[in-house]
Design a protein around this ligand. Structure first.
Ligand SMILES: Nc1ncnc2c1ncn2[C@@H]1O[C@H](COP(=O)(O)OP(=O)(O)OP(=O)(O)O)[C@@H](O)[C@H]1O
Length: 803
């Protein structure tokens, strides 16, 4: 019964209660048997307890089948080896019947019972061990159940989240589904439409097939055209390459110009140095020449004195010779007389002695005269020697003077050469500078400082403006001193207060010439009130020496027009003048004076409203503007006078006659060369802007205040445009004011533009001057593109074209 057999088959699952026979047989032990049987059955084989099967352990233990033989290992009988019981063993033990030979042999019966009890005890111990193992296993399973439950909860939570996610996905998908359904419906409608159109297309296809034949012919023709177009493309490509080469050569030319410029500058420096040395030499030679001239004059004087002395000595000598000859003849006469007397010695001794005395006297006189003659001859020789010496020295001086005169001539020639080279070099420098600027595409800026006016006084201490003298900055730099702080600026040219109107014009004459060559040229003057804008542009009325740029430009244009006639050029010139006053355009040449007053109402409608328009070719039009054909500078002068009388001027704190508007003078030039069939179309715009001062400075009120506000608005629009251009912004606010809209072609590209920034030297204007210089400096840095020459035909209605 007690078995050590491990391979014994496991106890079958059974919950059958102990048979009644065993109950009967066992008597009071039946209870024990039944309990043991139940406990063994329950604990060993997982018999349902309280009707519940312990199947759950199977699940908890990961699907491990909890078969009866999977019972925890038992230690039963560990003190006497491993004793294991099977169900049959236990049942056999419980069902074991007492073997009794003698029913009343209680001893035997007792022994049997003891034996049986022992076995039962072993079995019970086995059961107890088993129970202990089971309780341990139960504990372990409980723990793992809790763990699993926790995991379950987590999984449930995850599942919940997942479910929510899935729900939202489902909602989204449902929405998508609805959309798709809608799309489907739409597609279906489209499809039906498409089907319809397909039918139509089929019909049209038949139609097309019919026309295909025609098209095939066309295709053949088009292919031929394509071939010729391809040829054109090839030739255009060639041209493109040629243009590329041309650009490269232009770039090289530019580089060459740069090197030439630097070499010209070097040459200029060298020539300047040579000039300085030549001038120095010349001064030295001049001094020497004056010295030698004075010494020559002295020598000539000496020579004259000596000559007169020599002639007087010669006279004296002649006299002495004559005396001597006379004396000699007397001596001869006396000698002959002596001979006669000697012959007649006898005749008179007294006479002889007298005669001897006389002869002696005469001989003594003769020898005296001989001595005198000798003396005079000596004197003559000395005088002649001196004359010879002075002649030699005079000759020497003359040759020296001639040599020096030759040297002076040579130096003068070299100086003239150097000066002409200098002028040529300067011209070349200007030309190269112009070319570089044109290539750079910048707006050029000239700065002009006006002199102090008679009613303004300033001693050296309050000098706020100075001009640097260094080689690089000379003529181009200006320094402004504000409360001890120095601000330096450099422009294309800086004109000091003593620069004449003519000198200023010389600098812009080339630009004016460009207008005749077919360029759009725009020159405008910017600066605070009273800084000299009108003086620069128009000059001082009634003083021809102080004519401004506008009259001078026109004179030059008419002169050049005249001289170009011999080359076959014929020009037509048209003038228009307008002003922008309080953001309104006024036609200054309008024969109808009322048109100047835009606020005036005629026949129920207000005065003319001029509008600005730009076409695709960069031409600007001002509707209804008066354009006058002009033939001479005088005619223009007359028109300028007429316009000046119509201008809006007023008195401000800063200027007696202050321009309260922007004045725009336009000269349109249309040129044809009949011999070469060339055409050019240039425009010259000369603009005198209104003063740029702040309200506080202008001391304006009432109408003046309104004017100043309008001026400031348009000038600030101008600066906005300039800054937008400088920053290369996509949007440039040209339309913000009439002025900027009118100037759009000049500021936005195409044209050669020059700005004068006029500066007042007054210390009280230092703030305004600084603002003007800063603005001008930004303008100088502003790139507007490369100017283009306009050589096409005139616009359809050229009389409307403005810029
Ligand atoms: N370079 C100069 N040489 C001599 N006088 C000058 C010079 N520049 C300006 N002036 C004189 O200064 C005064 C003011 O000049 P102007 O009227 O030209 O200034 P403005 O800038 O046009 O002023 P506004 O904006 O008020 O019209 C005038 O009397 C003018 O003759």
């Amino acid at each position: 019964m007690v078995s050590k057999n491990q391979n014994r088959p496991p106890l079958p699952l059974s919950s059958s209660p102990p048979t009644p026979s065993s109950q009967k047989l066992m008597g009071d032990e039946v209870l024990v048997d039944r309990d043991l049987q139940r406990v063994a059955a329950e604990k060993m084989v997982g018999t349902p307890i309280n009707g519940r099967n312990r199947q759950v352990f199977t699940v908890v233990n990961g699907g491990q089948d909890l078969s009866p033989n999977s019972a925890p290992p038992s230690n039963a009988g560990s003190d006497c080896g491993i004793i294991e019981f099977t169900r049959e063993d236990v049942e056999a033990l419980l069902n074991e019947k007492a073997k009794r030979k003698d029913r009343f042999n209680y001893k035997e019966r007792c022994e049997n019972m003891v034996e049986y009890i022992k076995r039962l005890k072993v079995c019970i111990r086995w059961f107890q061990d088993l129970e202990l193992n089971y309780s341990l296993e139960q504990e372990r399973l409980k723990n793992s159940f809790e763990l699993t439950q926790q995991k379950c909860m987590e999984i449930e939570l995850l599942l919940k989240i997942k479910e929510e996610e899935l729900n939202s996905i489902i909602v989204e998908m449902r929405r998508n589904c609805t959309n798709l359904q809608e799309k489907l419906i739409k597609e279906e409608t489209e499809k039906s439409v498409a089907v319809e159109s397909l039918a139509k297309e089929r019909e049209s296809r038949i139609e097309i097939e019919r026309s295909q034949t025609t098209l095939s012919d066309d295709l053949g023709r088009a292919q031929r055209e394509l071939q010729s177009a391809n040829q054109k493309i090839t030739s255009l490509n060639d041209m493109y390459k040629r243009l590329q080469d041309y650009i490269t050569s232009l770039q090289q030319y530019n580089g060459k110009l740069h090197t030439e410029l630097s070499s010209a500058e070097d040459e200029l420096k060298r020539v300047e140095k040579e000039k300085a040395t030549a001038v120095e030499n010349l001064t030295m030679l001049r001094a020497q020449l004056t010295l030698s001239m004075s010494s020559q004059e002295e020598a000539v004087k000496q020579k004259e004195a000596l000559t007169s002395e020599v002639s007087s000595l010669r006279g004296e000598l002649q006299q002495a010779r004559e005396d001597r000859d006379l004396n000699l003849s007397q001596v001869q006469t006396l000698s002959s007389e002596l001979a006669k007397f000697k012959e007649s010695t006898e005749r008179s001794c007294t006479e002889l002695s007298t005669m001897t005395i006389r002869t002696n006297e005469l001989e003594a006189k003769c020898s005296l005269q001989d001595n005198q003659i000798k003396e005079l001859q000596e004197k003559l020789t000395t005088a002649e020697n001196r004359v010879q010496v002075s002649d030699v020295s005079a000759f020497e001086t003359r040759t020296e003077v001639e040599g020096r005169q030759k040297l002076i001539e040579e130096l003068r020639r070299r100086l003239a050469d150097a000066e002409s080279k200098l002028i040529e070099g300067e011209k070349l420098r200007k030309k190269l500078h112009n070319t570089i600027l044109e290539l750079k595409g910048n707006i050029r800026v000239f700065c002009r400082v006006r002199p102090f006016l008679p009613d303004e006084s300033c001693n050296g201490e309050c000098k706020i403006i100075s001009f640097p003298t260094s080689m690089e900055a000379a003529g181009r730099g200006i320094d402004l001193n504000q409360s001890g702080q120095r601000y330096s600026f450099t422009f294309d040219k800086v004109f000091a207060p003593d620069t004449s109107q003519e000198d200023v014009f010389v600098e812009i004459s080339q630009l004016v010439q460009s207008a005749l060559d077919g360029y759009k040229v725009c020159i405008f003057a910017y600066g605070q009130t009273g800084s000299g804008k009108t003086y620069t542009m128009m000059g001082r009325p009634g003083n021809t020496g102080e004519k401004g740029l506008i009259p001078r430009s026109l004179e030059q244009i008419f002169q050049t027009k005249q001289s170009l006639q011999s080359q076959g050029w014929k020009y037509e010139l048209q003038v228009s003048m307008l002003e922008i006053y309080n953001e309104t355009i006024r036609d200054l040449l309008s024969p109808n004076k009322s048109s100047l007053d835009v606020t005036r109402v005629e026949n129920g409608t207000p005065g003319k409203q001029y509008s600005i328009k730009h076409d695709a070719y960069g031409n600007t039009y001002v509707s209804d503007l008066t354009v006058v054909d002009v033939q001479s500078a005088k005619e223009v002068a007359f028109l300028l006078n007429q316009a000046a009388n119509s201008r809006s001027v007023g008195k401000t704190q800063m200027n007696e006659q202050s321009s309260r508007s922007h004045f725009v003078f336009t000269l349109r030039i249309y040129g044809v060369n009949e011999s070469t069939d060339q055409q050019v179309q240039g425009v010259l715009n000369l603009i005198d802007l209104a003063g740029s001062e702040r309200l506080s400075k202008s001391g304006s009120s009432g109408d003046r205040l309104k004017e100043t506000q309008a001026i400031n608005k348009s000038l600030s629009s101008l600066s906005d445009v300039i800054f937008a251009l400088a920053k290369k912004e996509d949007h440039v606010p040209f339309r913000n004011s009439k002025l900027t809209y009118l100037l759009q072609p000049c500021l936005g590209g195409d044209s050669k533009t020059l700005m004068f920034v006029n500066i007042s030297p007054e210390p009280s204007s230092v703030g305004e001057s600084l603002c003007s210089l800063r603005f001008a400096s930004r303008v100088n840095a502003c790139e507007i593109g490369t100017p283009r020459r306009q050589t096409n035909g005139r616009p359809i209605d050229s009389r409307l074209s403005y810029f």
